[in-house]
Design a protein around this ligand. Structure first.
Ligand SMILES: Cc1cc2nc3c(=O)[nH]c(=O)nc-3n(C[C@H](O)[C@H](O)[C@H](O)COP(=O)(O)OP(=O)(O)OC[C@H]3O[C@@H](n4cnc5c(N)ncnc54)[C@H](O)[C@@H]3O)c2cc1C
Length: 286
């Protein structure tokens, strides 16, 4: 077997799984996008990670990567196109290559869906996907919440409670859960507008001035990667051991569900790496 464990995804969950598996003596390959493509690298200061309140997203990712590398994990840049469970082992297609592993950890994060014009440009400079992470930065400021998920109204209420002046924009009727104190606008065509940072959301041609824009979407399903993998809504279904519905396949981090935060991803990655290592030990031949 070329690898004991292949980890799909090089964010906090995947690197945590790799560190744990290396600590348990496993041969580990981590496959993921270029470091500059990692969403967390676009974050400014990450204030809610225990013991490291002064690091930017990019600095934190560099530390996570170095740690995994120093532990002996192989980090490869590439895109996994499919994971094929074959009973005793897995075949993992990475671009035009195929690798074998005894167990696989899925840590692909979430896809944030079709992007709005200007969204990528202002990500981390006014555009946020996480109310809990970034809400405090916008206290006493005008913000817009673009609600595209069932939980978005609750998140908007939370932002209002901590002192943000919220306008809620969506393309359907006003959600019943949304606080009566929050102004609501219906719009279908949206565009992020700004200079150095976000200054407004253009909604059906009309600008709504704001310092921050929260794009709260449902996650896209990562289950397309593995045939027959059970889903829990848009997320991968797992148990408390981070085991999926397929023996030997584990999952961790944003791809298994809310809250979409680093600490949770790292904790779940640790469990997935530990359980995947045990799985390999139990199923090793000879
Ligand atoms: C701008 C921004 C600011 C944030 N700020 C905070 C914050 O302050 N505090 C906080 O707790 N959280 C914050 N978050 C959320 C945090 O980044 C995520 O919760 C965390 O990164 C999830 O880790 P993960 O490993 O599950 O997924 P990710 O970090 O998304 O990593 C998944 C990786 O897998 C790769 N991948 C996906 N599919 C494949 C494939 N098929 N083949 C190979 N590679 C693949 C992706 O390219 C990606 O690099 C922020 C997010 C953003 C975007």
């Amino acid at each position: 077997m070329a690898y004991d464990i292949i980890v799909v995804g090089n964010g906090p969950a995947g690197l945590s799984a790799a560190v744990q598996a290396k600590a348990r003596g496993k041969k580990v390959l981590v496959v993921g996008g270029a470091p500059s493509d990692i969403q967390l690298a676009k974050a400014g200061l990450v204030r809610n990670y225990l013991g490291m309140p002064d690091l930017s997203g990019a600095e934190m990712m560099e530390r996570f990567r170095s740690h995994a590398r120093e532990m002996g994990a192989e980090l490869r840049t590439g895109r996994v196109l499919g994971v094929m469970p074959l009973g005793e082992f897995f075949l993992v297609s990475i671009g035009s290559e195929v690798e074998e592993a005894g167990a696989v950890v899925l840590a692909t994060g979430v896809s944030y869906g079709a992007k709005l014009p200007g969204e990528e440009q202002f990500l981390g400079r006014g555009v946020s996907y996480c109310a809990t992470c970034d809400g405090m930065l916008y206290r006493n400021k005008d913000i817009v919440v673009v609600g595209r998920s069932a939980q978005a109204p609750e998140e908007a209420n939370y932002l209002q409670k901590i002192g943000c002046r919220v306008t809620y924009v969506s393309n359907g009727p006003r959600p019943a859960e949304l606080s009566g104190e929050i102004p609501y606008r219906t719009a279908a065509r949206l565009e992020v507008v700004g200079g150095q940072t976000v200054t407004a959301l253009k909604a059906d041609g009309e600008e709504i001035p704001c310092a921050g824009l929260f794009l709260l979407r449902a996650a896209a399903s990562p289950v397309d990667l593995v045939p027959g993998l059970a889903a829990d809504g848009p997320y991968v279904q797992v148990d408390r051991n981070m085991a999926t519905s397929i023996p030997g396949l584990f999952a961790a981090g944003d791809c298994v569900g809310q809250p979409l935060q680093i600490s949770k991803a790292v904790g779940e990655g640790m469990i997935a790496g530990h359980r995947a290592s045990e799985y390999v030990d139990q199923h090793k031949k000879g």
